[in-house]
Write a protein that binds this ligand. Structure first.
Ligand code: SF4
Ligand code: SF4
Length: 367
């Protein structure tokens, strides 16, 4: 395993981290938590010492499974995370609600402290400011009590907004979505974090499955390697000097082996050089929907992720027909509901890729 320093914390962490949101669905549903816990245990055997957890993952069982594994290893051998925010605790949660959430996470993880506690899912500067006013103080208190070790945040903001958060100097690290689809869009954010001595952890390195589902579009990442497209996509992210940890969501031990192979003999490079290396390769990647689902809840009932996923096919192929084929053949829905959009803007404000959803729906409706 290849190790990196986590910002200025002095912690040495594995270049691959375990994303704990992909424990086997059937095992979770059947309550076979001990079996699921074999995944983090195997990950640690392979040198992966950073386990990223949160409430709600795996039908809200991820922390329980991760805790079973954590209780079987030397606590100081693993860095474990969890997360909290307003959105998941109702509109105006009290300090007690945050406290209870943290205590529940500690209890489930079977530990006295969490190494990295995230102010979770800051979608934009407005939401970040709201969290700073109320939640940051709670984090500081929890830290002074020794319940959490490092205050970090996770975000879907663009690079320049991330820069503003980073400059406050209030965080030891951050977790962001970064991959071969959106790297140009977030590059300045990871550079700013690195320069400010922060750790940078990357989620969604496979672009919500878009990369493995469209291997031909991403074959260029494998040039000069014996890696598969998903492995090359992990390596692409991990090779950024500014990125500390690349999270791999693993269901099986083979997934862990694949991720470990992706960083064998890793060579780090500054983001600038990587962006130059790939400047003339790939499709217009920042324009793709990653299927994250944050735009759900359209007042007109439009299934936006399905429409935007179908629009991706136009970006890949350049053909209008590919959109209709995807809607009809893959999702089994008609294009007509696209015309119901009233342009309220709710979805665009929530979109993690900042896509022009309204415009795209108009285009689809007119096909
Ligand atoms: S802008 Fe259109 S698609 Fe988006 S939430 Fe509003 S009505 Fe729905
Ligand atoms: S449209 Fe945006 S928010 Fe919705 S699924 Fe796609 S990337 Fe996510």
């Amino acid at each position: 395993m290849y190790y990196k320093e986590y910002g200025n914390t002095g912690m040495k962490v594995s270049a691959i981290g375990l994303g704990t949101m992909r424990y086997d669905d059937d095992d979770i549903a059947a309550g076979r938590f001990e079996k699921c816990a074999e995944i983090p245990l195997y990950a640690l055997e392979k040198g992966i010492n950073y386990w990223d957890s949160a409430p709600f993952y795996c039908d809200d069982k991820s922390e329980i499974v991760t805790g079973i594994a954590l209780s079987q290893v030397k606590r100081s051998d693993v860095y474990v995370t969890s997360k909290t925010n307003f959105g998941t605790l109702g509109d105006n949660p009290t300090r007690d609600a945050f406290r209870k959430r943290l205590e529940t996470s500690l209890d489930r993880l079977k530990t006295d402290y969490i190494d990295f506690y995230h102010m979770w899912c800051m979608l934009n500067l407005e939401s970040w400011q709201k969290h700073m006013e109320v939640l940051y103080k709670f984090f500081e208190e929890a830290k002074s009590e020794g319940l959490i070790r490092n205050i970090v945040f996770s975000s879907h903001m663009q690079g320049n907004d991330i820069e503003r958060v980073v400059e406050t100097g209030k965080f030891k690290g951050m977790l962001i979505g970064y991959n071969a689809l959106n790297y140009r869009f977030r590059q300045s954010g990871i550079e700013a974090a690195h320069q400010n001595g922060m750790g940078v952890v990357v989620m969604n390195p496979l672009g919500g499955g878009m990369i493995p589902q469209n291997p031909d579009a991403f074959r260029y990442l494998t040039e000069g390697t014996d890696l598969t497209v998903p492995q090359a996509a992990l390596r692409f992210v991990a090779s950024h000097k500014e990125i500390t940890i690349t999270l791999a969501g693993c269901t099986t031990k083979e997934h862990i082996d694949d991720a470990v192979k992706a960083v064998e003999n890793l060579e780090e490079k500054p983001a600038k050089e990587i962006v130059e290396d790939y400047a003339d390769k790939g499709v217009a990647l920042n324009n793709l929907c990653t299927g994250c689902g944050y735009c759900k809840g359209c007042p007109k009932g439009i299934e936006i992720p399905k429409f935007m996923d179908s629009y991706n096919q136009k970006i890949f192929t350049g053909k209008d027909d590919a959109v209709k084929d995807r809607l009809d053949g893959h999702w089994g829905i008609a294009k007509e509901p696209a015309a119901d959009c009233i342009a309220c803007g709710k979805c665009e404000r929530a979109c993690t890729q900042h896509l022009p959803i309204i415009e795209r729906l108009k285009e689809i409706a007119a096909l």
